[in-house]
Design a protein around this ligand. Structure first.
Ligand code: GLP
Length: 242
């Protein structure tokens, strides 16, 4: 596990975009695992800028997203599909038939998860998986639990996650209570993982996740065992790891 210290949010975003750009340049038809949340926004902005400058080509890329809220349609502005479309897919020359997220509109959890697993198996190994970090150590929507999850599953969100994500909704009541998420085993199978983390509010969990014991109660702690994990965190997020 390599930890890179970024000066601030912009520096973190630029460093993360450098790594993703290198991945795309080295393997133009790679599979990128993508993440939502506010942290990767700057990284996506940088990627779009590089695409606009003519330095990146997304035409052969396949993407698989970590998660999606159960019950939200693509045109719901809180859905992760909408987020990805707004912040990346609609702004670059990506082939929309090669972008995948769990289907939040599928009401039957088993069917939704099985379908997404089939997609993940068909696209093959993820070359680079981008991740954010939840305040309770969740990655994707893999919440603290008694065991590490394997493949795509339906999760009931913890109260902490609902409160943290309520900032994107009009009220906390509107935050969906369930989501479909890629499992830990799939994330761990990626060739490389890249975690972006910013802000003092993440400092405690950064210390726990990457310097504490490996436990499913802190799902991100498993990344300590990944053979090619890169953490890019800003000074504020690393402030308790001195
Ligand atoms: C959500 C997403 C996660 C993300 C987390 C942190 O719960 N499902 O993938 O990492 O939020 O979000 P933020 O980057 O906004 O702190």
């Amino acid at each position: 596990m390599k930890i890179y210290r970024a000066k601030d949010y912009n520096d973190m975003s630029r460093k993360a975009a450098n790594l993703i750009s290198a991945q795309i340049l080295l393997k133009p038809n790679c599979v990128l695992g993508l993440a939502t949340g506010s942290t990767p926004l700057g990284t996506y902005r940088q990627l779009v800028e590089r695409y606009n400058q003519g330095d990146l080509d997304f035409s052969e890329i396949t993407t698989v997203n970590l998660d999606e809220y159960k019950g939200l349609t693509h045109d719901n502005s809180q859905s992760y599909y909408y987020f990805m479309n707004e912040n990346l897919f609609s702004k670059v020359n990506i082939n929309k038939s090669k972008v995948f997220l769990p289907d939040g509109t599928e009401p039957d959890s088993e069917t939704a998860c099985q379908k997404y697993n089939e997609i993940l198996h068909a696209v093959g190994v993820i070359d680079l998986q981008l991740l954010g970090l939840g305040h309770n150590g969740h990655i994707g929507f893999n919440e603290p639990a008694d065991f590490f999850t394997t493949e795509t599953h339906c999760i009931t969100l913890s109260e902490r996650t609902i409160q943290a994500n309520a900032r994107f909704f009009a009220t906390a009541e509107e935050v969906p209570r369930q989501a479909y998420t890629m499992g830990i085993k799939t994330i761990m199978s990626a060739e490389k993982v890249l975690v972006v983390i910013s802000g003092e509010d993440k400092a405690d969990i950064v210390k726990k996740a990457f310097f504490g014991p490996i436990t499913p109660q802190v799902p991100a702690s498993i990344l300590q065992l990944h053979r090619n994990a890169v953490i890019i965190a800003d000074e504020a997020a690393l402030s308790k790891c001195e």
